[in-house]
Design a protein around this ligand. Structure first.
Ligand code: ADQ
Length: 462
């Protein structure tokens, strides 16, 4: 088995306490793949230095070798906050209204990708397999090829791929996408994102595309693009659920909600997660069913994320205002309908909270996959499972068809789903959950990385 070199913006090995949550789903996912294949994980340390040196910090962390570099303040502004999170992230989540296209951002993005290539190059052996992750590092494969690396190099996009008509609003979009064709294998979370990508390659690059195999021929190179839906580390998650911490969290929530049904949402505080829209749906439910306000308590766990970017400060303010309005309108001296918790939780505690909640509310406006939906299903009691309400615009909806699928933009649709979930008979809840759990248990993060790496190994490098 070839050695694996994984590359992502941040290197974040989960701690034993399982506090990887606030870093997003990527941390846990990559960690499992690297443990299996004696590998290196390369990325930005998260530290800034006045002048870039390219010096490597090397560590062994929870059984995984890591190598990181520091970046300059200007790199962070232009590459991380700028191009990655103020241009690509909003655009790829269909938020063209929030997208900022500054020339400096694009230049900083190229420069940092080149710095990654320069610092990574001495670590690469001839027969290593390289796996690049996410939108921060799209041009890295091409920059490594320009340095003469003929290794197998794969790329996985954790976020959606936008429709061609949106993507063409990005200045120099052809350059970005043709750089991607330097990879041997490109993975997407769902068939929908894959189809959009193939459409772009055919229409805008004039590439020869075989839809049935995902093969793209362009400028003398061949790239394969496929869908590899990511999953959770099911066994590890279940083990976390068997701890005292998990049971304590479950008990704490149950004893504080008593005769009311707990409904839970767990999200990074990001505008893609549809949090204000979710509050509008809950408010609509209360407006339509004032007699049921006492039946429900909503727990929103939302740790801040990217809080130095203006659009993220805005979303936080909006959410706090909406939560305050609903609580102002519907609270009584002995009850508050929404509990808003602005900090992360351990994996064990999350498991307990999911299990104590008879409704899981996962309503992103767009999401590459969404692992919270899968965690919610995994944490349910098979004898008395809760109901998952899931946005049809999350990649996870392709696999979790037995959830109550909703349009997160429609408050009426959300309010209706909440009512249906509250009233769903045990028999139907079991039938739905029995089907949902099969995919969550089988399509794990291990299977995701095994499938991707097996396909990458098969690729014929040009
Ligand atoms: P994220 O946008 O971060 O990931 P998601 O898939 O939901 O979204 O993963 C979040 C992870 O963080 C989950 O494991 C969840 O338990 C955890 N988490 C969230 N809020 C938490 C909190 N308050 N406390 C503790 N843990 C918390 C990106 C893409 C997704 C894709 C993943 C993986 O945006 O679409 O599913 O990568 O590819």
């Amino acid at each position: 088995m070839s050695r694996l070199v994984a590359i992502s913006n941040r290197v974040a090995v989960p701690t034993a306490a399982g506090a990887a949550g606030a870093q997003g789903g990527l941390a846990g996912a990559l960690h499992s793949a690297l443990q299996e294949r004696e590998g290196i994980w390369f990325g930005w340390s998260g530290q800034v230095t006045e002048t870039f040196t390219g010096a490597l910090h090397e560590h062994r962390n929870a059984g995984v070798r890591t190598a990181t570099i520091d970046l300059e303040p200007q790199d962070v502004e232009e590459y991380y906050k700028g191009y990655a999170n103020s241009a690509l992230w909003p655009l790829f989540h269909y938020r063209i209204d929030l997208t900022q296209y500054e020339m400096e951002f694009g230049k900083g993005y190229e420069r940092v990708n080149d710095r990654f290539a320069q610092s990574l190059a001495p670590l690469i052996h001839a027969d290593d397999v390289l796996w690049v992750h996410d939108y921060h590092l799209i041009p890295l494969g091409e920059l490594l090829r320009a340095r003469g690396f003929g290794n197998r190099i794969g790329f996985f996009l954790h976020i959606p791929w936008p429709p061609t008509r949106l993507l063409v609003s990005l200045p120099f979009h052809e350059r970005l996408v043709s750089a991607m064709l330097a990879y041997d294998l490109i993975g997407f979370q769902s068939n929908e994102w894959l189809e959009s990508f193939l459409h772009y390659c055919r229409k805008e690059l004039g590439a020869e595309v075989d839809d049935s195999t995902g093969t793209i021929r362009h400028d003398g190179r061949t790239t394969v693009a496929r869908s590899y839906p990511i999953g959770i580390d099911y066994d590890h998650f279940i083990a976390e659920g068997n701890t005292g911490d998990s049971r304590q969290a479950q008990q704490r929530l149950m004893s504080s909600t008593r005769h009311r049904t707990a409904m839970i949402g767990v999200d990074r505080l990001d505008y893609s997660k549809g949090l204000p829209e979710r509050m509008d749906g809950i408010a609509r439910f209360f407006d339509n069913h004032p007699e049921r306000v006492r039946d429900l308590v909503y727990i929103q766990i939302a740790p801040p994320s990217r809080s130095d970017i203006g659009s993220y400060q805005q979303i936080r303010a909006t959410l706090e205002q909406k939560t305050g309005q609903i609580n102002g309108a519907w609270s009584d001296i002995d009850m508050v309908p929404i509990r808003y918790v602005n900090r992360g939780q351990t994996t064990a505690a999350l498991f307990g909270l999911y299990r104590a909640s008879k409704i899981g509310l996962v309503t992103p406006l767009r999401d590459g996959m969404n692992l919270v939906a899968k965690e919610y299903i995994a944490a349910q009691d098979p004898e008395d499972p809760g109901v998952l309400i899931l946005s049809r615009f999350a990649g996870a909806a392709e696999q979790l068809q037995e959830a109550l699928l909703v349009n997160p933009h429609s408050p009426d649709d959300l309010a209706h789903a909440i009512r249906v979930a509250l009233d769903m008979p045990l028999e139907e809840r079991r039938q739905r959950w029995d089907k949902l759990v099969v995919s969550v248990r089988e399509d794990t993060v291990q299977r995701w990385s095994d499938r991707f790496l097996a396909d990458l190994q098969e690729c014929n490098t040009a």
